[in-house]
Design a protein around this ligand. Structure first.
Ligand code: PLP
Length: 423
């Protein structure tokens, strides 16, 4: 995190300037949106060729007619391409529907209704089921869990991942803690990538629950923003090495590689977990959309093809992230009002307000026409105890809109920050 902790000078004057800037902002009447962590149209254009594939071809490498039913595990050639990306052997990587979130949802529902490998009973028959949630985190993980009555227990994040002292203590003592949500690379929203040591400890730690699961949502596995292409430790391999082969459930998708909404979701795990999921999903579907999987395999070609394609995304995204960071530095650097992350990949920048007041900043920005993700969304139950975190999503707006939106956001941060310091 970049810190801005220089001493403050004339607070009253700074507040007066912020009030003036906010008036100007409102008068400009621009309607802007910083909420949407989704690809911009130019990014979707990169995969436009998908629309003309599979170009009259319908057979997979093994001769499967992709137009027909079957192939629950997904197309082998696509699973081969993504096996290294998600660090799962191809034979234990499933290519499924259009979304990883639905796979996470299904795994939770199936675990409630049918015993997962290693479980004593179904989760629905437990008196309590709780998941650990490193914060700040992804609001849809929280919403999905809440929907099924799963208690959410926040765990602080460090620059290396979740605070393992806290995690290890909680899971060792409490058999009702059945899982932990993790976005291990370029995390949403902090951009943090888990260190090898954190991955190793997650794999090794003793848990009171015999059916404890790490929900490893590697949504940004290939989404680099710098030359340093971060590699994380292979969780599945680490779990196996520590005698906890069934602990890891790995998820990913091409939502932010090809088309968000018309991509392919992936699931990887131990053989026992894969068999468990296939047995359940076989009741739900006769097979995935193999035509879409075939066009993805043709378009991306191989794992290197994914890397090359992601470089084209980076060329579009990196200037947006740099712009946001420049504006934050210009507007808030040295004020002591905020800290922010400098992510090496992923889709978000996390802004933390030193004096709190995130809800007020979001309200003021909204009144001036800029939509921000609701304050608290990054925490379970929408409860950010310090009311400090604001998630910035730079991908969708144009560079011009982004500059206006982040400048406006910084104005609101100054206004609320100086008010708080003076009150
Ligand atoms: N996981 C994380 C961490 C995300 O940020 C997102 C989308 O923003 C998703 C999952 C959604 O993935 P999918 O489109 O594969 O369902």
């Amino acid at each position: 995190m970049t810190t801005t902790d220089a001493p403050l000078g004339d607070l009253t004057g700074r507040r007066a300037q912020a009030i003036e800037d906010y008036r100007t902002l409102k008068a400009q009447g621009r309607v802007l949106d910083l909420t949407r962590g989704k690809p911009a149209p130019e990014q979707l254009d990169l995969a436009q060729d998908l629309l003309s594939l599979p170009a009259g071809r319908w057979t997979a490498a093994d001769g499967t007619d992709c137009r027909n039913y079957g192939g629950l595990k997904g197309l082998p050639e696509l699973r081969e391409i993504f096996a290294p990306v998600f660090q799962v052997p191809a034979e234990r990587l499933l290519a499924a529907g259009n979304s990883s979130l639905e796979l996470m949802h299904d795994c939770v529902v199936h675990a409630l209704l049918s015993k997962v490998p290693g479980a004593v009973r179904r989760w629905a028959d437990e008196t309590r089921v709780a998941f650990l949630c490193p914060v700040p985190g992804y609001d849809r993980h929280f919403a999905l869990s809440e929907r099924f009555g799963i208690d959410l227990v926040p765990v602080p994040m460090s620059d290396e991942g979740p605070d393992l002292e806290v995690v290890e203590r909680l899971v060792a003592d409490d058999p009702t803690i059945k899982g932990i949500w993790c976005v291990p690379k370029y995390s949403n929203p902090s951009g943090v990538s888990y260190s090898d040591q954190v991955v190793e400890r997650l794999a090794a730690m003793p848990t009171a629950a015999p059916d404890f699961r790490i929900l490893w949502d590697n949504a940004y596995a290939a989404h680099h923003l710098t030359d340093e292409e971060v590699e994380i430790l292979d969780l599945l391999g680490a779990c196996e090495a520590h005698g906890h082969a069934d602990r890891a459930l790995v998820f990913g998708s091409t939502s932010k590689i090809t088309f968000a909404g018309a991509g392919v979701g992936f699931f990887g795990a131990s053989q026992a977990n894969v068999d468990w999921l296939l047995a359940k999903s076989g009741k739900r579907s006769i097979g995935p959309d193999k035509v879409n999987q075939l066009r993805h395999a043709q378009f991306l070609r191989d794992t290197d093809g994914v890397r090359t394609h992601m470089k084209a995304h980076r060329a579009l995204l990196q200037p947006k992230f740099e712009l946001v960071l420049d504006v934050l530095e210009q507007e808030l650097g040295g004020t002591g009002l905020a800290r922010w992350t400098t992510p090496k990949g992923g889709y978000f920048i996390s802004l933390e307000l030193v004096h709190g007041g995130a809800s007020e900043v979001v309200r003021l920005a909204s009144e001036a026409g800029t939509a921000l993700t609701p304050a608290g969304a990054t925490h379970p139950y929408g409860d950010d105890p310090h009311d400090a975190t604001i998630r910035i999503a730079p991908s969708f707006p144009s560079l011009t809109d982004l500059r206006h939106a982040v400048t406006g956001l910084a104005t609101c941060v100054r206004l609320v920050g100086y008010e708080r310091q003076l009150s």
